[in-house]
Unconditional design. Structure first.
Length: 106
């Protein structure tokens, strides 16, 4: 079992700083923000009455596993699919990593 997780958050472009602040309030130390585009960008603009924004921000956050659930729940509550950022999250275990400073070696 891993001591660390990678949280991946995908949200509408322009909301990554707000999402990252929420993650930090729950124990995240930092993250990496990348720009992306949804694959349905040239297809349907509305899905079940929700406008789909093709421009996305992808936020990668490595955390100690005890912070994973609180961070994801807070992001969902404040920025989730029913809010303007339309954030979705998932997490993956981190088996090996180098260069992180969590106070102990991974």
């Amino acid at each position: 079992m891993s001591k660390y997780d990678l949280i991946i958050v995908i949200c509408n472009h322009g909301f990554s700083e707000e999402v990252m602040e929420t993650a930090k309030s729950q124990g995240a130390r930092g993250g990496t923000i990348m720009h992306g585009r949804g694959t349905a960008a040239h297809e349907v603009k509305k899905f079940f009455g929700i406008t789909i924004s093709p421009e996305k921000d992808i936020i990668l956050i490595v955390v100690e596993e005890q912070y994973t659930s609180p961070i994801m729940q807070a992001i969902n509550l404040d920025h989730g699919i029913n809010k303007e950022p339309h954030a979705i999250c998932l997490s993956l275990p981190v088996d090996e990593a180098v260069g992180f400073n969590f106070g102990s070696n991974m």
